[in-house]
Design a protein around this ligand. Structure first.
Ligand code: NAP
Length: 253
């Protein structure tokens, strides 16, 4: 029997990692089931929550998982906390794929805040033209500031729509290149961008474009995550896995 690895995903890297590891290991990719049509993974996928840390610990035992990989998004703090706790409870080793955050560089006009609520406040009282590059779950907080114009981009439709008089909705899935983001920001006359510090190249285009255009960026800081062994890239994590568990071929199975 090959090793059973459970990857908690929902990110591009998780998908890439699953594809890479599937060559040598038995891999299951787990998704929260929020996105209506997730990109095809090419590896077995299960979908939906486990029912907290207890539920995940039970799943790890029932399916004889030998390694848990937390490759969720850096802002998915609950599942990461549950994963660390469940791994402890089930006695299963855990490693994380932690994409480094972006750092401000010369020319950036970032205001760093801790929560989406703080981001709403950071827009100030005067009406502004705001690009919300946030998940559909976070944008509801901006109803508290209906004086602004909002351009809202999400993978799935924002339902219900925001109770604000002036909002435009865009459906799109990254990656987004700087040149396209530059055009988008200009076309909509945006003067401030609200973003998570997702890290990676796929969504950095809007940050680079905001810098080039001299626009303000409200950057929502990352939540605290459990301290577990981690790697910054798919390749580094795949190397870690090779040291933690032997591929099937080398075990003669
Ligand atoms: P979250 O608040 O940390 O998790 C909420 C609950 O969703 C978890 O307690 C768990 O339910 C379930 N869940 C989350 N990820 C799961 C997974 N990979 N497999 C099975 N169940 C999962 O997460 P979130 O911020 O809502 O994000 C949901 C998913 O979208 C994550 O997989 C994440 O990687 C992805 N994502 C999130 C963001 C973001 O900005 N937050 C951005 C891009 C992608 P139970 O407690 O019932 O197990």
């Amino acid at each position: 029997m090959t090793h059973r690895i459970l990857i908690l995903g929902g990110t591009t890297e998780a998908r890439q990692l699953a594809g890479k590891l599937a060559a040598g290991y038995s891999v299951m990719l787990s998704l929260a089931g929020r996105t209506e049509s997730p990109v095809t993974q090419g590896v077995p996928v299960r979908s939906g929550g486990f029912g907290g840390a207890d539920g995940l610990a039970a799943y790890l035992k029932e399916t004889s998982i030998e390694l848990l990989i937390d490759a969720t998004h850096p802002y998915a703090a609950r599942i990461s906390a549950n994963a660390a706790q469940a791994a402890r409870m089930a006695g299963v080793p855990i490693v994380a794929l932690r994409r480094p955050g972006w750092e401000p560089v010369e020319g950036d006009r970032w205001m760093q805040v801790y929560t989406t609520g703080d981001a709403v406040q950071a827009l100030g009282p005067a009406p502004r033209r705001v690009f919300l590059a946030l998940g559909r779950q976070e944008v509801a907080a901006f109803e508290a500031a209906p004086q602004h114009h909002y351009l809202i981009r999400s993978v799935d439709p924002v339902e219900p729509k925001l109770a604000v008089p002036d909002a435009t909705y865009l459906l799109a899935r990254g990656p987004f290149r700087e040149a396209e983001e530059h055009t988008l920001l200009q076309r909509h006359g945006i003067d401030i961008v609200v973003s998570k510090n997702s890290g990676g190249a796929a969504t950095y285009g809007k940050i680079a474009a905001a810098r080039a255009l001299g626009l303000d960026v409200v950057m929502v800081r990352r939540p605290a995550l459990p301290e577990i062994p981690s790697a910054a890239t798919v390749d580094q994590l795949a190397d870690m896995v090779d040291h933690l568990v032997e591929p099937a071929a080398e075990r003669g199975v």
